[in-house]
Design a protein around this ligand. Sequence first.
Ligand code: TXA
Ligand code: MG
Length: 321
Amino acid sequence: MAVIGQDISQAKRILDAGELVAISTETVYGLAGNALNPVAVALIFETKNRPSFDPLIIHVPSLLIAENYVSEIPKPLRRLAEHFWPGPLTLLLPRKNKIPDIVTSGLDRVAVRVPDHRLTLELLSQLDFPLAAPSANPFGYISPTSPQHVDAQLGEKISYILDGGKCKVGLESTIVGMEGDEIVVYRLGGLEISEIESLVGEVKVKSHSSSNPQAPGLLESHYAPTKPFILGDLNDLISAYQSRGVNYAVLSLSQTFSSLPAEKQIALSVNADLKEAATHLFSAMRALDQSNAAVILAELMPEEGLGKAINDRLKRAATKG
Ligand code: TXA
Ligand code: MG
């Protein structure tokens, strides 16, 4: 098991030695290594069992430091950075040569963000390199939103988890770049589209294609529990599975079901608050995946605010066919 603690100098020593530390961010926990050291980056891919065609985000303490690693920041993206960093926003920017190919899978753009977490910002400001960090889960599984989630799955493979408590956003960052004059969102996430548009005008959302080589993390099946995960109208699903005698668990936005024991159901937010629902989503999926139910039944959220990003994750987690 890994040590879970708040010792920034310990984390720094491990990272300086080319090894990995799990870091806390406002979105999800990351599996971090020195982004300028290709051997450390290779270790990230190996530890996560992640295919090397799926590039990594680099984490920096400020916009000023980000400038060291990118050759240009287009005006609208600079406005977004100035306004939303630190925060759940990742920008795709043309990279400088000091970013190794393995970080970007050979692409010309590098993904950059400034995470909004006190401990991790303090760590980043003490390092003389950025941290490459994908979500700290085995490839394809649900992202971790607590140090215990990381420890349960990667604890045997890493020595230290920087403990920042539960993630306050709970969904990965929103990924934004430009194609010509157009602002493109490649992954829906913790920063709402409406917030982006209020600053820079209309954006194009391109996060739906399942085989878009620009954003391989948008693979159709991702963020998935190991149990069958079925989306639909909960009352219909419950009567169907009930009549077949299947042992099921239920994930809802706010509804509770008197016919089901408490450990077999999770309502993400009793007040149907989508921000609160986002915070609880991944830990709820994990908990139900660990219950003794044979299947998980879940419903989509209203397509507004963070509901869009939650639905994106629910659809990717859903069992196909
Ligand atoms: O909130 C987050 O973004 C978290 C925390 C730890 O910062 N990180 C995260 O990383 O979600 P990861 O690796 O699980 O997802 C990163 C996504 C992937 O879908 C990847 O394909 C995309 O970003 N990506 C990274 N670099 C890219 C690039 N150069 N061009 C296009 N897509 C890129
Ligand atoms: Mg991930």
